[in-house]
Design a protein around this ligand. Structure first.
Ligand code: CA
Ligand code: CA
Ligand code: CA
Ligand code: CA
Length: 498
């Protein structure tokens, strides 16, 4: 039985949302998107007009291959050591500066880098026209669209439940529901015995570190219901900030960022209105063995909600970059990313790459091969990311899950997953969005066991410590499904190619 707010068909909904997204642009922009040459129909006079005329055919070529983006906007990376590059570039293109991204100090030597700026182009100039013109500009390293991305779709299975309704079917620990085949599969509900991540065996070694003492896990998602009784104690609040007083008490540039950061609206509102982020959070770290609800892979943890999506489940590159940079500059060690799309974006890739964090990324829900049809951010070839496919209760690749021998690293349970949803409730969801937080939770336990573990070691332990399955051979790089106990026991060799 399918119920709730989600479509009964993952695949069509994902395709639909990425293809028919309503343009958020004035009529003039829409017309120019359809025919970029229309907007420069006057005789070129100024230097800028001449440049646009000279690059018109290149602009048409870029336009033809353009993934969904915010119209009339562009992200520009200046060449290194360019004095006041941002202002002069904006002026030259008749654009206005929306923001200059702060590169947190942990990201490396600031002065050796160019600046990343976000521009609003003048009326009538399309993103493709600006990109074509900027290719010829010697002061610019790259210019990319402000791509828009969707939350990875997910499917609710059955009804939302109260804690009381759940209690009828519990096993050890005292809140391990028998619906949680992903943690401990004894063949219940038609599953296969031990097609699971061996969570009880892992919990004999560690159940995570107390809030504030272990690795900070940034959830770059739709926010979290921070009032959920299973999550509230595992969210790392910003102690320097007084909530809801309208003042940026800790002076970090964000007002009232107590529970986390809303990178889309640039404020402290991280309440989840979709269920997506709250479900992800519960898999990573619903409070464990507390006699209620469900159990997360980490019974205790330090979760950092970073909301990047608006209420329609959509976001753009600028918000994503702000979210990644916030995680990096506010002490996160891990990020989890259950979102994606088709637009490769150099600025997003660089934000991930320059962050010291290890980034978990969902492979996508179109059931396709990511080595043939790219999916981002999971396809970025970075030393510090892991891309995750989804399996079901019989250890088969889920029918909706994307895969890729080169671009997807590992599979994890992602079909029929029970976790927390807003309003203090629980629900079963399916999607690679649900698989990804299993790996994130496992990384949390690895770092609880050894806080000094490097990203390279974590990647090797996750990939080589999993259960190799013939049906995943050729589908994911490791050929394995996550086994958190196996990763905790695995001896590091230093042989996973970076
Ligand atoms: Ca098991
Ligand atoms: Ca603040
Ligand atoms: Ca405040
Ligand atoms: Ca619980």
């Amino acid at each position: 039985m399918i119920s709730g707010i989600q479509s009964s068909n993952n695949i069509s909904m994902l395709q639909q949302t990425s293809q028919v997204r309503a343009p958020q642009c004035p009529a003039q922009e829409e017309a120019s998107v359809q025919n970029p040459n229309d907007s420069v129909s006057f005789a070129p006079q100024t230097k800028l007009e001449k440049t646009l005329a000279a690059t018109a055919s290149r602009a048409a070529e870029i336009e033809a291959n353009m993934a969904p983006h915010e119209p009339g906007e562009i992200l520009v990376k200046t060449k290194p050591s360019l004095f006041k590059g941002a202002d002069s570039i904006a002026e030259r293109y008749g654009a206005s500066l929306i923001e200059k991204f702060d590169m947190p100090s942990q990201m490396g030597v600031e002065s050796a880098d160019g600046e990343l700026i976000h521009l609003k182009l003048p009326a009538g100039m399309t993103t493709a026209q600006a990109m074509a013109a900027m290719e010829k500009d010697g002061t610019i390293e790259y210019a990319v669209p402000n791509h828009v991305y969707q939350m990875e779709d997910f499917q609710q299975v059955g009804d939302t439940m109260t804690a009381e309704q759940l209690k009828n079917a519990q096993k050890m620990p005292n809140d391990l529901s028998d619906k949680m085949w992903d943690m401990h599969n004894v063949g219940q509900n038609g599953g296969t015995v031990d097609a699971d991540i061996d969570a009880p065996e892992a919990w004999a070694k560690t159940t995570g570190l107390p809030n504030g003492q272990g690795p900070v896990i940034a959830m770059i998602d739709s926010g979290v219901d921070f009032n959920h009784p299973e999550l509230r104690n595992n969210i790392l609040v910003n102690q320097g900030e007084i909530p809801d007083n309208g003042i940026d008490d800790d002076g970090d540039g964000v007002v009232d960022n107590y529970w986390g950061y809303n990178a889309y609206s640039q404020n402290g509102d991280v309440m989840d209105h979709s269920g997506h982020g709250t479900h992800v959070a519960g898999t990573i770290a619903a409070e464990g063995n507390n006699g209620s609800g469900v159990v997360g892979i980490n019974w205790t943890a330090s979760l950092m909600p970073i909301r990047i999506f608006n209420d329609n489940g959509s976001t753009n590159a600028a918000a994503i970059i702000r979210g990644i940079n916030y995680a990096t500059s506010h002490g996160a060690r891990i990020t989890t990313n259950s979102w994606g799309g088709g637009g490769a974006n150099e600025a997003i890739k660089e934000a991930f790459e320059k962050s010291h964090c290890l980034h978990m990324m969902s492979a996508g829900n179109t059931g396709t091969n990511n080595d043939v049809h790219p999916h981002y951010p999971s396809d970025y070839d970075l030393p510090n990311n892991l891309a995750v496919a989804a399996t079901d209760r019989n250890d088969q690749l889920a029918n909706f899950s994307c895969y890729g021998q080169k671009n997807v690293d590992i599979a994890a349970p992602g079909k029929d997953i029970l976790s927390t949803v807003p309003g203090g409730k629980y629900a079963v969801y399916s999607g690679t969005s649900m698989a990804t937080p299993h790996v994130t939770g496992a990384v949390g336990l690895l770092l609880a066991q050894d806080p000094t573990m490097s990203n390279d070691e974590i990647k090797e332990r996750i990939m080589n410590g999993g259960d190799k399955l013939p049906q995943l051979d050729g589908k994911v790089a490791s050929g394995a499904r996550l086994n958190v106990n196996g990763s905790l026991e695995y001896q590091y060799q230093g042989n996973i190619a970076k």
